[in-house]
Structures are given as structure tokens and as C-alpha cells.
Ligand binder design. Structure first.
Ligand SMILES: O=P(O)(O)OC[C@H]1O[C@@H](O)[C@H](O)[C@@H](O)[C@@H]1O
Length: 373
């Protein structure tokens, strides 16, 4: 089997996209909320928790996986809790990469819609989920199409599946300040080298390192981020768990949320500019020798860039009009879902990086491909 990307029905009649690699690694993303609900490494182990009592219905948040909190984290602002984007069905699939030489990915997009009517900015939020054999990357790209600077807070609210949350350790937080939501936001500093969960935990750590580690018995999950300054650690704890109607009985033990966020200081995006941030997970699984035989193409992205560079050079020009750049950059299969107008829209978000927006030099093509995909 080679890499596959399927658009299939999910729970509650909602549509989902399933990415599968030749190795067997897979992930599933609901278009509703652009919500990742499953990530299995190639050994078949599910790394994300989704509640057995979760709702899968328009207007209700899925309990588990990776909810996107945007444009507001929690209740820190005037919009609804965790923002509107996890409970809207206005998301659309914009790109799918199933080329066997590249990591499979799906890009889902949200722009001005009914759910955003109280958000005073015109925006485009593009979310890309990319699967490797033992890792998963999810990246956010927010373009401000308004005339005023846009502000927001955000988090990728990942629920990691754990064997028993009371035995898990989280490293990377020693010496950091955190706001303790279980104590009305009181600020403390973590003395312990590793955080252990001894009951309800609900903390916003400020200015966290790029990498944290969750250790669960023999398994370690590395949680890396860039562009997100802060991190949240949350588990409801036994006492309050029964009060959550969409959490399966006893399942508070089965998850730990470690969230990458921009919370302490709101993000400001200037008119016409873009903000990008991503998180990358890796699981410590031993790579079997046979994986090499499966032909996993580690160099897929480099190969693709080389091909596009050769096509660019063959044109013999210093820069190409956007139409010609689109022709050589986007593969025939992707063109079906990602049209020239979509491409032009995305280019608009590159005000800062691009010298002009009518023509693309090779350098600009490279920046675009490395950022948008
Ligand atoms: O129940 P919700 O809206 O999904 O929120 C779950 C939790 O999300 C966490 O990010 C917050 O820190 C918690 O305070 C909150 O309870």
C-alpha cells in the first residue's frame, strides 16, 4: 500500500479526512472544526484520546483529539469559550497531498462566516495536518484581511492518550511561571523538574521552551512548537470529572492535555500580514528495519523542491507571473482542489516575505512552498 488520503464519512454524519502512510501510520481530521481525532504511529498505537461520550454534532465541541481554540483561549475575552472555530461547519478542505514521495497532508480553511460575525476582522485561517511515520505536525496560518490590526489568543488543545494520568511525567517546565486556573489565576513557579498529575491541573505556563516531553512508562512523546510562546497543561481530575457530560466514566485518567498556545500576550497581526505557528509531535517508537523496505521517502519534500526549481529554471526568467508559477508549483491532482484563485489568495498573505505579489522569483516560490506547503 502507498500513502493514501481519503475523504470519508465520520461520526454523526460529519465528513473526515484520513491520511494513511505505507508504514500503517494514520491520522484522521474532521473537516468540522478542522479537528484531528486520531493519530496512530506506524506501530498501530493510538496517541490521541477522544472521549467515548463525545458529541459529534454541528455546534458542539468534540471532546478530545486536537480542538483549535481561536480567536480566544478559554474565557479570556468577549467571545465564546475557546472561540468559535471548533464549533463551526464553515471549514472547507483546500488541499490534499497524497503524492507518494511526500508526507501526506490535508489543509482545511476557515474564513469570514456566520460563526465569526462578532469577530471584528476579516480573516483566513488555514490549518495543515501532516503525517510522518512516528510524528504529526499541525500548523496554523492566519491572514488578516482587515484594515485594522487583528488581535487574538489561541491554543492547539491536544488531548494525548495516556495509560493513567496519575503516573505520567511532563518535563520541560521546571523554573517556569504559570497561572493556576484552579486558584483563580494565581501565579506560581514550578520547582519540580517533572510535573506529575495529582488531581485537577489547569495551568497556563508562560514563555515555555520549544520542546516538552511526556513520559508514560516506556513511551515518550515529544511535543515541539514554534510560534506559540505558551503552553497549557490540563486534566479535569477525578472530583470534577463526573460533572462533564461528554467525558466517558473513569476516562479522566486516560488523557492529558498539553497545549501549545499564544495566551499571555495576544497575537497582533497587521493588516494584510500573516501569522504562522506549528506544533510537532514525535513518539519514541523503535523503527523496524522493514520500514526502509516500505520505501518511505524521507527526501520527498526536497525532491519536489528540486523538480519545481528545475521547471522554474527551464523558463529562463528571473521571475514568473503568478499564473505560470502556479502551473509549475502545484501538481495536477492538487489543482483539482486548490485552484489558481486559492493560490492568489494565499499569496496575498505573504506581504512581508514577498517583494511583489504579481511575480514570483525562485526564492519566493521556495518560501511559499516551505510555509504553505
Ligand atoms: O470544556 P472545554 O470548553 O473543552 O474546556 C476544557 C478546558 O480547556 C483547557 O484548555 C482550559 O485550561 C480549562 O480551563 C478548560 O476547562
Amino acid at each position: 500500500m502507498s500513502n493514501q488520503v481519503e475523504q470519508i464519512p465520520g461520526e454523526g454524519g460529519l465528513e473526515k479526512v484520513k491520511l494513511t502512510r505505507a508504514s500503517g501510520a494514520s491520522c484522521e481530521v474532521y473537516v468540522y472544526g478542522a479537528h484531528v481525532t486520531s493519530w496512530k504511529t506506524f506501530d498501530g498505537v493510538e496517541r490521541l484520546y477522544v472521549s467515548s461520550a463525545s458529541k459529534f454534532a454541528s455546534g458542539q465541541a468534540i471532546r478530545g483529539g486536537i480542538p483549535i481554540c481561536w480567536p480566544q483561549f478559554n474565557t479570556r475575552g468577549t467571545y465564546g469559550k475557546h472561540g468559535f472555530c471548533r464549533t463551526t461547519d464553515s471549514w472547507v478542505v483546500r488541499r490534499i497531498v497524497s503524492d507518494p514521495k511526500r508526507d501526506p497532508s490535508v489543509t482545511i480553511e476557515l474564513s469570514d462566516c456566520e460563526a465569526s460575525k462578532d469577530f471584528p476582522f476579516s480573516f483566513k485561517l488555514t490549518y495543515t495536518v501532516t503525517l510522518s511515520d512516528s510524528g504529526l505536525t499541525t500548523s496554523m496560518h492566519v491572514v488578516n484581511n482587515s484594515d485594522d490590526p487583528m488581535t487574538f489568543t489561541t491554543a492547539l488543545h491536544t488531548y494525548f492518550a495516556v495509560s493513567d494520568v496519575t503516573t505520567v511525567k511532563v518535563s520541560g517546565l521546571q523554573g517556569l511561571k504559570f497561572e493556576d486556573s484552579t486558584k483563580g489565576g494565581e501565579v506560581s513557579e514550578q520547582a519540580d523538574e517533572q510535573l506529575m498529575i495529582r488531581g485537577e491541573v489547569d495551568r497556563v505556563y508562560l514563555d515555555t521552551p520549544e520542546e516538552m516531553l511526556i513520559t508514560d512508562g516506556d513511551t515518550a512523546i515529544s511535543v515541539k512548537k514554534s510560534g506559540f510562546p505558551d503552553s497549557v497543561v490540563w486534566n479535569i481530575g477525578e472530583e470534577k470529572a463526573a460533572g462533564m457530560s461528554d467525558l466517558g466514566a473513569g476516562e479522566w485518567r486516560r488523557y492529558l492535555c498539553v497545549e501549545a498556545g499564544a495566551i499571555g500576550t495576544p497575537v497582533v497581526v497587521e493588516p494584510g500580514a500573516a501569522w504562522v505557528a506549528e506544533q510537532r509531535f514525535g513518539a519514541s517508537v523503535a523503527v523496524p528495519m522493514s520500514l526502509a523496505e516500505l520505501g518511505e521517502p524521507e527526501v520527498g519534500d526536497a525532491e519536489r523542491l528540486n523538480k519545481i526549481e528545475a521547471a522554474f529554471k527551464a523558463k529562463g526568467k528571473a521571475s514568473l507571473p503568478l499564473e505560470e508559477a502556479y502551473e509549475i508549483m502545484i501538481s495536477p491532482e492538487e489543482k483539482g482542489i486548490y485552484g489558481l484563485n486559492d493560490f492568489k489568495e494565499d499569496v496575498k498573505g505573504f506581504e512581508d516575505q514577498m517583494a511583489n505579489k504579481e511575480q514570483f522569483t525562485w526564492e519566493e516560490i521556495k518560501v511559499f512552498l516551505e510555509t504553505v506547503g
